[in-house]
Design a protein around this ligand. Structure first.
Ligand code: ATP
Length: 404
């Protein structure tokens, strides 16, 4: 339909970037990026009408986002056709189009395009050898100033390398090392670095990516305190395992994975050291509060958990210990436990106990002749503890317990 719309409007339309890369790799990718050689916004509005999609144009960048009824998004960009008019009736010269648009991208594997307009529908456009690099599994920049132009591309290179199990090409790796020597990260804003580190943590194999960054001297460049020693690798590996486990639970609440890794990276640090890092990486006040309050709770929780294990505490006691923690704090605590039975206890809390509810309500207690107040809350709490400990199950039993 996009191709047809392009043809009707007399403009060429291409699917580009990650979508094409993943198609060649056989990986599903719902993020469709289109490039239009012509007026991208007018095209998007036209296509949007046909698809019943909302269209959000961005006039300054000549881009638009289509939001389909199902929530799926299509990004539309304009390949800037720049015409240079010469004096004296010489023809107008077209200087840049799709090729220029693709040349601005990060790596050759992201520069592939597929023609969508008939009669060329489905034809692959490969200006920079991207197809061969996908075959060879190589991450390669398009020109030698690429990392100077945008140093975040270095972190992106490592992310793609780990995700696809590709290899950064020899010349590209030399350019990274050169960029490190030029202290390129020191001038880069904390917010941009943090954004890329977050994407890295959320992608596949974050630990290997962090190790790769460290070994290339990049973490050190961002801040000397980020350069984690080998002794921290076991904890980070455990974090990776716990997050993989949690994802398989398919729970609605999604953790901020980057924060869980960050807690691992700063384990053993004092408050000043943590502040130095949150300030370098321009954490938002809310995230700083999450990190600081979680770190304050962690020491106490670890002690209580150890006691609980020793004394063979109940499920209700476990609930009381763990329920004040954020999801990030819980996942970190699970990773941090060396004893298997304590690790299992946290996992039991995450997968079962935290969902436990009771079937007795406030109105039930009112019917028993009690007015709302502290006793009221205590009764509900006692019922909840009994349910957590498996002492009562049905509503009948819970009501009986409440009356007692
Ligand atoms: P992902 O699967 O992670 O979404 P993607 O390739 O679609 O991968 P995006 O971050 O969504 O990545 O970016 C879309 C496109 O924009 C990429 O294919 C890439 O060519 C280009 N791009 C993104 N960031 C940069 C950058 N820093 N420098 C140059 N090009 C970039």
């Amino acid at each position: 339909l996009a191709g047809q719309t392009g043809q009707e409007r007399g403009v060429e339309v291409y699917a580009v970037g990650g979508f094409v890369r993943d198609m060649l790799l056989g990986i599903p990718n719902d993020d469709i990026d289109l490039v239009v050689e012509g007026d991208g916004i007018a095209f998007a509005q036209n296509l949007g009408r046909k698809l019943g999609a909302r269209v959000r144009p961005h006039l300054k960048f000549r881009t638009a986002v289509l939001i389909l009824p199902g929530g799926q998004k299509i990004d539309v960009a304009t390949a800037r056709l720049e015409y240079y008019e010469y004096p004296a009736a010489l023809p107008i010269v077209e200087l840049s189009s799709l090729k220029m648009d693709l040349y601005r991208r990060d790596f050759s594997i992201n520069t592939l395009a597929i023609h969508l307009c008939p009669p060329h529908f489905g034809r692959l456009v490969d200006f920079f050898g991207g197809q061969q690099d996908i075959k060879d599994g190589v991450i390669r920049v398009l020109h030698s100033l690429s990392f100077v132009e945008d140093p975040t591309r270095i972190i992106r290179a490592i992310r793609f390398e780990q995700r696809f199990q590709f290899k950064i090409g020899g010349q590209t790796e030399r350019l990274i090392k050169n960029a490190v020597r030029l202290n390129i990260f020191q001038k880069l804003s904390g917010a941009r670095i943090r954004h890329e580190l977050r994407l890295l943590a959320e992608d596949s194999a974050p630990l290997d990516a962090f190790i790769r960054m460290r070994d290339l001297g990049l973490l050190q460049e961002i801040h000397p305190l980020l350069h984690f020693p080998q002794t921290k690798e076991a904890l980070l590996e455990e974090i990776e395992r716990v997050i993989t486990w949690y994802k398989l639970l398919f729970r609605e609440e999604a953790p901020d994975i980057w924060i869980v890794y960050f807690l691992g990276l700063v384990s053993g640090f004092d408050t000043h050291q943590v502040q130095a890092l949150t300030s370098r990486l321009r954490f938002a006040p809310k995230r700083i509060e999450l990190v600081e309050s979680t770190r304050r709770q962690l020491r106490y929780v670890a002690m209580q958990l150890a006691q609980w294990g020793k004394n063979g505490g109940s499920a209700a006691d476990l609930y009381d210990i763990l329920s004040p923690l954020s999801l990030e704090g819980l996942l970190y605590t699970m990773a941090k436990q060396r004893k298997l039975e304590l690790k299992k206890a946290v996992s039991h809390y995450l997968s079962h106990l935290q969902d436990v509810g009771i079937l007795v309500t406030g109105s039930d207690i009112k019917e028993m002749g009690l007015e709302p107040g502290p006793r009221f809350a205590n009764i509900l709490r006692a019922v909840k503890r009994a349910v957590l400990n498996g002492e009562v199950r049905t509503r009948e039993d819970q009501l009986k317990y409440a009356r007692r």
